[in-house]
Design a binder for this molecule. Structure first.
Ligand SMILES: CC(=O)SCCNC(=O)CCNC(=O)[C@H](O)C(C)(C)COP(=O)(O)OP(=O)(O)OC[C@H]1O[C@@H](n2cnc3c(N)ncnc32)[C@H](O)[C@@H]1OP(=O)(O)O
Ligand SMILES: CC(C)C(=O)C(=O)O
Ligand SMILES: [Mg+2]
Length: 517
């Protein structure tokens, strides 16, 4: 084992997906997993296989596709959870089961209603059962941050004896301060020695997740559990991009410690996750926020122009932010320049069909919009990749809405080579669009969330609409994406996109596991 290597365990697809409104379908999860592999993540926690047929399917598909990262599934210390996890990851070339049970007095007494002895027995049994499926078993002491150290030592001894190779000590509720966690990890990693790898998984309830992760690394943790954009339950998890860049930038502190992360892929990964989930990182978010490398005030601009390092501790290109793009695209650009720009932006898995469609849309856009920015191109390509399952395809939209009139929408949709047309009145233009689409498709969606952002600046900016819709009572929500210079057109596309996502997931689950959603 390399003592200086920090194993990066990404849990965007599991803990990240636990963020309210961040659920992804299998296709979307596969896209994120492929990007995480390209980023150089060591372990991808692809989901919680026993949670639902959709989760099981996503973990299994990812296990079949990813070659270079270990694929892991979470499971409670319950036989059926472990079995589902074992079956789902079995296809992977490198696979792991991550099983857990809470070890803090408050969780054991009130949630599990178990004595500490029962918890140890259950933990041992879980690890032993997981070992019948895979060799690589990780055990987590949930709420380790509020657990008693002597008890943690007992659990550690017992699960290592049962075969666990990684011991995760999560600060599940983000309670600890860096000094406290540093001393806990120091004591427990010294206690564990070479018997297992100590991992940390810190939540951000007090805004200290990354500080806690770094303090732990300096005190013996050799695996960090992190998420892209810091997504995760409640206030989120420690952000992968923050922890990795801190280790890289502060060589004076971290010495020979290193990760295998290909940092120029960080920005593209962050954009992909933000686009798929519809959850944008705040503008001032470290590393990947819109303002992370923007200098507004004169003194700062003067300093950066004279010597970049006066106000920048890392180069934007180190994290994949391309600032001064030399290749400007406009209405006279051809396919070659467009293709080149896509490669420059880091997209190397684009199919010929996606490229051609995006190029056609780029030409239409270039007729309407003077400057095509890198963000416009990035969005066109991502939008093509996310909307390829066009079971219902929007062909035309007409709307009318006056302050004293009746909001009306007329929609034309292509479905199975048939053209469907209808019109409806609504309480507003959007309502009229949704009602017409519902009537045409025969599916009645409930809109749970709607967001519109402008992709770049200016009145002619592209509008990017994200909808979150559920199509069955109290069921999972599906995300749809729409991109257009016209916000209402983008809205209609996003609503149909959510329906297409629902239908293709339903179809996939029926084919793959005989389950209905
Ligand atoms: C800190 C974390 O992030 S933990 C991971 C959180 N992720 C998830 O919960 C994934 C989504 N969850 C789900 O889909 C569901 O909760 C399921 C399928 C996992 C379980 O559903 P249900 O069987 O209906 O149980 P429910 O969610 O109501 O309650 C959880 C049960 O698991 C028990 N439990 C919780 N953690 C563990 C554990 N690690 N090992 C064993 N049992 C556990 C609880 O005590 C409770 O048991 P009880 O019903 O006897 O009181
Ligand atoms: C299941 C564990 C690792 C977890 O997510 C937590 O404790 O926060
Ligand atoms: Mg967690």
């Amino acid at each position: 084992m390399d003592k200086n290597k920090i194993i990066v365990f990404d849990t965007t697809l599991r803990d990240g997906e636990q963020s309210p409104g961040c659920s992804m379908n299998t296709d979307e999860k596969i896209k994120v997993a492929l990007q995480l592999e390209k980023l150089g993540v060591d372990v991808i926690e692809a989901g919680f296989a026993a949670a639902s047929p959709g989760d099981f399917d996503a973990v299994s598909q990812i296990a079949k596709i990813i070659k270079n990262s270990t694929i892991c599934s979470l499971s409670r210390a319950i036989d059926n959870d472990i079995k589902q996890a074992g079956l789902a990851v079995s296809h992977a070339s490198k696979h792991r089961i991550h099983t857990f049970i809470a070890t803090s007095p408050i969780h054991m007494q009130y949630k599990l209603k178990m004595t500490p002895d029962e918890v140890i027995k259950r933990a041992v049994k879980a690890v032993q059962y997981a070992k019948t499926f895979v060799d690589d078993v990780e055990f987590s002491c949930e709420d380790a941050g509020r657990s008693e150290i002597p008890f943690l030592k007992e659990v550690i001894d017992a699960v290592i004896e049962a075969g666990a190779k990684t011991i995760n000590l999560p600060d599940t509720v983000g309670y600890r301060l860096p000094t406290e966690l540093a001393s806990m990890i120091k004591e427990l990693s010294a206690y564990t020695g070479d018997r297992a790898i100590i991992s940390v998984h810190n939540h951000n309830d007090l805004g200290l997740a990354t500080a806690n992760t770094l303090a732990s690394v300096l005190n013996g943790a050799r695996q960090i559990e992190v998420t892209i954009n810091g997504l995760g339950e409640r206030a989120g998890n420690s952000a992968l991009e923050e922890a990795v860049m801190a280790i890289k930038v502060r060589k004076d502190i971290f010495g020979d410690l290193y990760t295998n992360i290909n940092t120029p892929e960080l920005y593209a990964t962050s954009r992909l996750v933000a686009t798929i989930t519809g959850v944008e990182p705040q503008q001032n978010k470290a590393i990947v926020g819109k303002n992370a490398f923007t200098h507004e005030s004169g003194i700062h601009q003067d300093g950066v122009l004279k010597h970049q390092e006066t106000y920048e501790i890392m180069r934007p290109e180190d994290v994949g932010v391309i600032k001064d793009s030399t290749l400007i695209l406009g209405k006279h650009s051809g396919r070659a320049a467009f293709k080149d720009k896509i490669a420059q932006l880091g997209f190397d898995n684009v199919s010929e069909e996606e490229l051609n469609n995006a190029f056609e849309r780029f030409k239409v856009l270039a007729d309407k919009k003077k400057d095509i920015t890198d963000d416009d191109v990035r969005m066109l390509i991502t939008d093509e990749a996310l909307n390829h399952d066009k079971i219902f395809d929007l062909v035309g939209l007409q709307i009318s809405d006056c302050s004293n009139g009746l909001p009306m929408a007329a929609v034309t949709i292509k479905h199975n080579n048939e053209i469907l047309k209808d019109a409806a009145l609504g309480d507003g233009t959007m309502d009229a669009i949704f009602k017409t689409i519902d009537r045409l498709t025969g599916y009645s969606g409930q809109l749970k969330d709607y967001k519109v952002v402008s992709v770049s600046e200016g009145k002619d900016s592209l509008a990017k609409v994200t909808t979150r819709v559920s199509f069955e009572e109290n069921s999972q929500t599906f995300v749809g994406h729409g991109l257009s210079i016209d916000t209402m057109l983008a809205t209609a596309k996003a609503y149909l996109g959510a329906l297409n996502s629902y239908l293709s997931q339903k179809d996939r689950l029926t084919k793959n596991c005989g389950h209905q959603i």
